[in-house]
Design a protein around this ligand. Structure first.
Ligand code: HEC
Length: 245
């Protein structure tokens, strides 16, 4: 009985000390210094285990599709490279000030499964700069970014630039990735040009069952973007692009 009382008292003191520490202001929350050793271990272990567990329930579609990766490279350049960098390209100022830092996704893709890459891309990671892209994007659009990321470990700076050139018109960030975000009108043209482009590509690929399936995925992602300039999606995307540039 006495042991139990002592144990409860010790727990109560521990909880009070933790609450006291939270109110004390002693912990340095600045993003200019990294988490200390134990906190770092605790957060990264919790995060990895959480991602691994949740990703194990995801069904991965066929990602071996060139059009999917082409749509993905444009979306990656528009939505991810600013923080994570890209082959031959450092992160932008915003990405350089992040703590925890946004990792080089070529390294991440080398040790994470496609399901894990998808889960993090869709859901983000709490208390870090990693946003939940699922809040504004259909799964199909995010799978195309995952399809691109699976090729990142083998992609050098030249290969990345070549891919960007051949991907013009694919993905919802497909046209004029660098400028379009600032202007609603441009964004509309981008979506239109994209849909047209895909139609052009379809006949050549129509024999392939998996290609046409992912095409329809891609279209469904876009029909989400297309209907009206003032759907929820549009202003948010503009906001995002304004941030990046
Ligand atoms: C605003 C900055 C920012 C943007 C934009 C961003 N990320 Fe991240 N991302 C982060 C940060 C920070 C982390 C590290 C989180 C952590 O340490 O737990 C991260 C982590 C990740 C990881 C986990 C990597 C690993 O090794 O554990 C993946 C995958 C990822 N991001 C994919 C993406 C994709 C795909 C996009 C674009 C659709 C994107 N991110 C856009 C900041 C960003």
């Amino acid at each position: 009985m006495k042991t139990i009382t002592m144990l409860l008292a010790a727990i109560a003191i521990g909880v009070l000390a933790a609450i006291g520490f939270a109110y004390s202001g002693l912990y340095d929350v600045s993003a200019s210094s990294p988490h200390g050793g134990f906190v770092n271990w605790l957060l990264s272990t919790t995060s990895h285990a959480s991602v691994e567990r949740r990703a194990s329930e995801i069904d991965v579609p066929n990602l071996d599709d060139e059009e999917l990766a082409l749509a993905g490279v444009n979306d990656f350049a528009g939505m991810c490279a600013g923080c994570h960098g890209a082959p031959g390209q450092e992160p932008e100022a915003m990405g350089q000030g992040l703590n925890p830092p946004a990792p080089d996704l070529a390294e991440s893709a080398a040790h994470m499964t496609p399901a894990e890459l998808f889960w993090v891309t869709k859901n983000g990671i709490k208390m870090t700069g990693m946003p939940a892209w699922g809040a504004t994007h259909e799964d199909a659009a995010l799978w195309s970014v995952v399809a691109f990321m699976t090729g990142l470990p083998e992609l050098d700076a030249d290969g990345y630039q070549r891919l960007l050139t051949s991907a013009e018109g694919f993905g919802h960030h497909g046209v004029e990735v660098d400028e379009s975000g600032h202007d609603h009108g441009d964004a509309e043209v981008a979506s239109g040009a994209h849909a047209h482009d895909q139609d052009d590509h379809q006949p050549a690929q129509s024999g392939d069952e998996s290609t046409s399936e992912s095409d329809s995925h891609d279209h469904s992602a876009h029909s989400h973007d297309d209907p009206a300039p003032n759907t929820n999606n549009e202003p948010q995307e503009d906001g995002h692009d304004d941030h990046v540039h």
